[in-house]
Design a protein around this ligand. Structure first.
Ligand code: 3SL
Length: 244
C-alpha cells in the first residue's frame, strides 16, 4: 500500500497536519537545517537543538559550546551562530554542541512529539529521499518558514522531497499545499540560487554579507548525511541503523 507525503507550509499550521505521520522532516534551508547537516557530515558528534536563548544559556553555563542565532545574526555572548561554515570548524569535531535559531530549532521542538524528526535540506536531498523511500512510512515535511510566515526556500525543498517520493511510485499526496510546492520546485529546480534571488530571506542574509552561506545552502546534494533526533540530540544516522 502506498504511503502518504504531505507538506505543512508554516509551523503555525502544524496542528492541522500533525496526525498520522510517522516521520516529520523539518526543513530550514536558510540556514539551520543546512548547518546541522554540515556539522554532522563534518564530524560533530551531536547537536542539541533548543528553542530559546534561556535554555541555550543554561547549557553554556554548564560548559557546552553553544551556537545562537536570531534574525540572521550571532547572539551576543555565544560562541557561534548558524553559518554552515562555523559547523565545519575542526574544533567541533567529536563534540556535543548546542544550537538555538530563529525558526529551525523551534520547528524541531514543536514536531518532536508527533513523529520521528529527521532533518532535511537541499544539501542532503538525495541521501534523504533515498532513505525515506525505503522506510514505508507516512512523511510530513514541515517548513520552518520565517517567524511563522511562508517562505520560498523551505517550500521548494519540501516540493523536491514530495516530488521525488511520489515519483518513486510508493507515495501519494492529497493536500493542495503539496501540489503547490511541487509546482514551485519544478520552476526552481534548474537553479534554486537564481530562483530565490528576490526571496525575502535571501535578501535579508545578503544584507548581512552572508552570500557564501546562501550559495552553500542552495547547492543540492552535497552531503550524504541524514540527521535525526535521538532523545534530545540530533545525530547522524548510520547505514546499518534502523529507526523503526
Ligand atoms: O531561522 C532559522 O532557524 C535560521 O536558519 C535563520 S538564519 O538563516 O540563520 O537567519
Amino acid at each position: 500500500m502506498k504511503k502518504r507525503v504531505e507538506v505543512c507550509l508554516s509551523p503555525r499550521d502544524f496542528d492541522l497536519y500533525s496526525e498520522g505521520f510517522e516521520i516529520i522532516v523539518v526543513i530550514d534551508v536558510l540556514r539551520a537545517t543546512s548547518a546541522i547537516c554540515a556539522g554532522l557530515a563534518n564530524g560533530v558528534k551531536s547537536i542539541i537543538p533548543v528553542d530559546s536563548i534561556e535554555k541555550a544559556l543554561e547549557y553554556k553555563n554548564k560548559g557546552y559550546l553553544v551556537g545562537a542565532e536570531r534574525k540572521g545574526q550571532v547572539v551576543e555572548g555565544f560562541d557561534f551562530g548558524n553559518s554552515p561554515y562555523s559547523f565545519m570548524d575542526p574544533k567541533f569535531k567529536d563534540k556535543e554542541i548546542v544550537l538555538t535559531t530563529t525558526n529551525g530549532t523551534k520547528a524541531i521542538e514543536i514536531s518532536k512529539y508527533s513523529g520521528q524528526v529527521i532533518i532535511g535540506s537541499l544539501v542532503n536531498l538525495e541521501a534523504l529521499t533515498s532513505w525515506l523511500i525505503k522506510q514505508n512510512k507516512n512523511v510530513l515535511c514541515l517548513c520552518s518558514g520565517w517567524q511563522d510566515k511562508f517562505n520560498l526556500e523551505d517550500s521548494i525543498c519540501a516540493g523536491a522531497i514530495a516530488d521525488i517520493l511520489i515519483f518513486s511510485g510508493n507515495f501519494y499526496s492529497e493536500e493542495d499545499s503539496t501540489i503547490c510546492v511541487k509546482q514551485l520546485y519544478k520552476e526552481a529546480k534548474k537553479s534554486p540560487f537564481a530562483f530565490l534571488k528576490a526571496s525575502s530571506h535571501r535578501r535579508r542574509l545578503k544584507k548581512l554579507n552572508l552570500n557564501k552561506d546562501i550559495k552553500y545552502c542552495l547547492t543540492p546534494n552535497q552531503l550524504n548525511v541524514i540527521p535525526y533526533l535521538k532523545k534530545n540530540e540530533l545525530v547522524s544516522l548510520n547505514e546499518e541503523e534502523s529507526l523503526f
